[in-house]
Design a binder for this molecule. Structure first.
Ligand code: DX5
Ligand code: ZN
Length: 217
């Protein structure tokens, strides 16, 4: 299991200091939630913040674009240091073209699905993605409750991957904590995004340890 702490729940007034605390536990990614107030009802951060963090932390940036017309900004995020860019299926008119464009930047190209969007919508792009992000809450805010129906979606995606002999990673995002992380991993998730359970309270390093320790298989 890999972990991608979401800075959405970090203290934005002390962002680098919070990231440095998480960095001690060597998470595989740093999840950066980009929201535009159109695709989702919230506004967060843009490429300027990534640029400011670039070179100040070793954790690779896992950029989750919750924005309309992501093609406009992909180049800028790639240049700002993204190791992975995830776009939403629901926000892309030409999803295959967008994924190829991300790949042309020499970085990982991934796609996210809102809870209500069926896996079938990804049937023809699965061979060309590095990760599929299953949203386990409706995107827009940290600290929401995990939607239990998403266990089945994760299991189905893991089954499809196996039966088609593909090797993309399954990332999950929203409402993951020490209580449910084991079930989420057991269902088939490889990369766990966690915001409030890492940066919400207490020490981010200890919180990552607790999450990893809660995975029994
Ligand atoms: C929600 C974001 C998530 C969020 C997760 O739209 O995509 O990455 O930060 O936060 P928690 O882990 O608190 O649900
Ligand atoms: Zn996210």
């Amino acid at each position: 299991m890999e972990i991608s702490p979401s800075i959405l729940s970090a203290d934005f007034g002390n962002l680098l200091s919070d990231i440095k605390k998480a960095e001690k536990e060597k998470p595989e990614f740093l999840h950066i939630d980009v929201m535009d107030g159109h695709f989702v009802p919230n506004i967060t951060i843009g490429p300027l913040v990534l640029k400011a963090l670039k070179g100040k932390t070793d954790i690779p940036f896992d950029v989750h674009l919750m924005i309309e017309d992501p093609d406009k900004y992909i180049k800028e995020f790639a240049e700002a240091g993204a190791k992975n860019i995830t776009v939403h299926q629901e926000a892309c008119l030409h999803l295959d073209r967008t994924l190829q464009f991300i790949k042309s930047m020499g970085i990982m190209a991934s796609v996210a699905l809102n809870p209500a969007t069926p896996l079938e919508t990804l049937k023809y792009v699965l061979p060309s993605v590095d990760m599929v992000l299953i949203m386990t809450v409706n995107p827009g805010f940290g600290g929401q409750v995990f939607i239990d129906e998403m266990y089945e979606k994760i299991r189905e995606l893991a089954y499809i991957r196996k039966s088609r002999g593909l090797n993309f990673k399954i990332e999950v995002d929203g409402g993951i904590n020490v209580e449910n992380i084991n079930d989420v991993v057991f269902a088939g998730a490889d990369v766990i995004v966690a915001g409030s359970s890492i940066f919400g309270s207490g020490d981010p390093r200890e919180n990552i340890k607790k999450l990893r320790g809660a995975v029994k298989r």
